[in-house]
Design a protein around this ligand. Structure first.
Ligand code: A5P
Length: 241
């Protein structure tokens, strides 16, 4: 896909999801990443046109909060008790499988994204067509957020549990990547993840790990956008809980 086709696909999924799932009066969660950014724009467009009120809007990253604010959406940047339970969160993903398990964290926002997903009654994932897999792990590295202190020890432990090497994430200009919560990010190299829940649990037991980009049983709906502007909502596999 060209960058323009990818943008078309992301935009189509995001605008469809906002039109279909957002209702007046809801408590909303806003995801992070380039597809979720289209959802923020779609929400701003709907609010400007339809002038309805939302009970609350919470963001999963400082970047999303800044975008929402710039578009006139009254957003808060912390998951406080008064915005819970969230009725609906619309977020992106790096990969989804037939059970709607996800890999997230390509943008390094996975800890906040998982906190918001766990607090949400409905999690809708918007993606372009390149994110669909039968089994997780083949399309995207697996992000693991760790505390900076002792990171080399944590990195080794993560690699042992995953049976694969990892790299410490850096930014485009070569600086160490730091999340909104001042965490480092390990990217475990691609490879099959036959049991995402088992791997998630094993990685989370490692001291120094804050969370991993495996989202299991947290996604209710997926909206896939295509380069021609069409969208599809795949059905969750019958085996999934
Ligand atoms: C942010 O940390 C991620 O979880 C994003 O939701 C994910 O990387 C998808 O991003 P894009 O929509 O930019 O592909």
């Amino acid at each position: 896909m060209t960058p323009e086709q990818a943008a078309n696909a992301k935009k189509a999924a995001a605008y469809y999801a906002v039109a279909k799932f957002v209702q007046p009066g809801m408590r909303l969660g806003l995801g992070s990443g380039s597809t979720a950014a289209f959802a923020v724009r779609a929400l701003a467009d709907r609010l400007n046109k339809e002038k309805f009120h939302l009970a609350s809007v919470v963001s999963t990253s400082m970047e999303t909060a800044a975008l929402a604010l710039s578009l006139g959406i009254d957003v808060q940047n912390n998951l406080t008790q008064d915005v819970r339970p969230i009725d609906l969160t619309i977020d992106g993903a790096d990969e989804f499988d037939i059970d709607f398990c996800l890999i997230k964290g390509g943008g390094g926002a996975l800890v906040r994204e998982k906190l918001v997903a766990c607090a949400s009654r409905q999690e809708v994932i918007v993606v372009d067509e390149t994110k669909a897999g039968v089994e997780l792990g083949h399309l995207s590295p697996l992000p693991v957020m760790i505390v900076p202190y002792g990171w080399e020890i944590t990195k080794k432990a993560v690699e042992t549990v995953c049976g694969r090497t990892s790299t410490l994430r850096t930014t485009a200009n070569g600086a160490l990547f730091l999340s909104d919560d001042s965490l480092y990010c390990l990217d475990v190299v691609k490879g099959a993840i036959p049991s995402p829940g088992v791997l998630e649990e094993a990685i989370k037991k490692i001291t120094g790990v804050v969370d991993v980009g495996l989202f299991v049983n947290l996604c209710d709906n997926v909206v896939v956008g295509y380069a021609d502007g069409s969208v599809l909502e795949p059905v969750k596999s019958a085996g999934a809980s």
